[in-house]
Design a protein around this ligand. Sequence first.
Ligand SMILES: [Zn+2]
Ligand SMILES: [Zn+2]
Length: 156
Amino acid sequence: MSESTADIIHRGGCFCGAVTYQVTGKPLRSAYCHCTLCQRLHSCAFIHTIHFPAAAFSWTHAEPHEATIETYAVSTKPWKIRSRCKQCGCPVASHNTKLDKWSVWGGELERDEKGRIQGWEEIKPTAHMFYETRMLDINDELGKWAGYEGDSERLG
Ligand SMILES: [Zn+2]
Ligand SMILES: [Zn+2]
């Protein structure tokens, strides 16, 4: 890598394009999450979640936010303010107000002309986390963790 990672910008947004954001620099964490909350909120087996410090995240669609974004929280994690698009219903990002970090999801990042996520090398997952509640076994080279990578029991 020749350029400073602080210059890297990843853009993402909802399915319909009404809600867009950008994140800059290196993520704090990038992992496939197999937790039951992600499974239920996103209706999928696992998601690629990417965490950034608050200063790295910004909305890029036109104001006012209330026109395009609906925010909500689930009762078990009231400090996480989740945003979804009012038009297409996509969850687009969530703000952990305790740690002042934002989560975005790999599937919603900008693609190149072949449909691949741009800047993949900088934001690709480094682990599988909350792997005990997985809905399928993953046979890749990444570490499998009971909780967060490096901060829980390693399962594989
Ligand atoms: Zn939308
Ligand atoms: Zn999760």
